[in-house]
Write a protein that binds this ligand. Structure first.
Ligand SMILES: O=P(O)(O)OC[C@@H](O)[C@@H](O)c1c[nH]c2ccccc12
Length: 256
């Protein structure tokens, strides 16, 4: 199973983002979701919202992120896993879609997740991402009606992001029982890998998903650790190592 951690770009600054990306790469994660901080978050719970706020307060700019990632991808001492951007359509639109996609690809992104992509923009935007050599990962939730789900998976590339529970991001103790049935019905609709996100934080959750999903995403349980970067009693290196240790534990869980 693939483990895909989510981190917020620019929390607390881009230098730290680059250091955490290197750490996660070294710990053997399979893919990294890079969240573009946004002032009007979409399905984000408080942990991710606070992280976005820290990044924005520190003057996050999309262009600076692309530059930093480009430099990182040219650094031959690091082998990064694929990067997927989690980004609001409002950010892409404001930046200029073509310019955004081209710079994202040059920065080393292999795909994008655009949770608020408006339905009427979707086909044209999907075409543009394809031209730019980027996957457009689609989200499906247990509340997505079946005919819509069918259309969504047809338009998807890369993998399908299966939201475990309708609601907002954030750590939960148990994954919902209906998830198994949801994954089974999705499995019948597509050959793309199924990755589950929302609420995952523990190895026991990974055990629940084994044999049913191809991967999982962990956001809040990682992002909450970023608050420690502003704790004067901890060094940046200690916080990065703690994040890496947690990632290594989840990488081990994928192997069962
Ligand atoms: O935080 P969680 O419960 O571990 O869920 C992952 C999630 O944070 C991440 O994939 C994400 C961040 N922002 C989003 C917006 C929409 C969908 C998903 C996301």
């Amino acid at each position: 199973m693939a483990f895909m951690p989510f981190i917020t770009a620019g929390d607390p600054d881009l230098e730290t983002t680059v250091a955490v990306l290197k750490e996660l790469a070294q710990r053997g994660v399979d893919l990294i979701e890079v969240g573009f901080p946004y002032s009007d978050p979409i399905a984000d719970g408080p942990v991710i919202q606070e992280s976005y706020t820290r990044a924005l307060n520190n003057g996050f700019h999309v262009h600076d992120l692309f530059e930093a990632l480009k430099a990182l991808s040219e650094d031959s001492s690091v082998t990064l896993p694929p990067l997927v951007g989690m980004v609001s359509y409002a950010i892409i639109f404001r930046y200029g879609a073509e310019k955004f996609l081209q710079e994202a690809e040059a920065a080393g992104f292999s795909g994008l997740i655009v949770p608020d992509l408006p339905g009427d923009e979707a086909p044209e935007f999907a075409e543009k991402t394809k031209t730019a050599n980027l996957d457009l990962v689609q989200l499906v939730s247990p509340l997505t009606p079946e005919d819509r789900t069918k259309r969504i998976v047809q338009a998807a590339s890369g993998f399908i992001y299966c939201i475990s529970v309708a609601g907002t991001t954030g750590v939960r103790d148990e994954l919902p029982e209906e998830l198994t049935a949801h994954l089974k019905s999705l499995r019948n609709l597509t050959d793309l890998p199924l990755a589950v996100g929302f609420g995952i934080s523990q190895p026991k959750h990974v055990d629940t998903l084994r044999g049913k999903a191809d991967g999982f995403i962990i956001g809040s349980a990682i992002v909450k650790q970023f608050a420690a970067f502003s704790d004067p009693s901890q060094t940046v290196k200690d916080v990065i190592t703690a994040i890496g240790d947690y990632a290594a534990e989840m990488v081990a869980a994928t192997k069962g």
